[in-house]
Design a protein around this ligand. Sequence first.
Ligand code: FES
Ligand code: FES
Length: 154
Amino acid sequence: MAERIAFELNGETRTVEVAPDTPLLYVLRNELGLSNPHFGCGLAQCGACTVHVDGAPTRSCSLPVSQAAGTKVMTLAGLGTPEHPHRLQAAFIAEQVPQCGYCLNGWIMTAAALLRDTPHPSEQQIRDGLSGLKCRCGTHMAILRAVRRAAQAA
Ligand code: FES
Ligand code: FES
């Protein structure tokens, strides 16, 4: 049975009426019209659906929306804009990372939390922080370059 569930999304309060076990990813994409968090595996394995929930990188395909009630959710669209990109978004463009681009939401959202908590990470901290994410196009070396570039821009 549908319930009213409210949370903050990129700084605005949003209320949806959905079954409480609906994955947050489905609510973001299907109810609220966001296109950045992607459906990849649907099993918390690839990271394409990553958003921040109260600042924590979270795989939204596997979080029931009821657990997002009352939280602050931030998506890639809330991280920066084309006019004012986050330094990671600028670095991914400068390093020409994207091939198909499908995975990049997850890498950028995960790296954003890493750089927020550890502004000048070591190479190992970057690799550890991004472990568990998947890019089927094999852009991993370009992604590492972009995260290093963004860290240097801090
Ligand atoms: S779609 Fe959520 S982790 Fe793959
Ligand atoms: S750029 Fe295509 S899956 Fe990563």
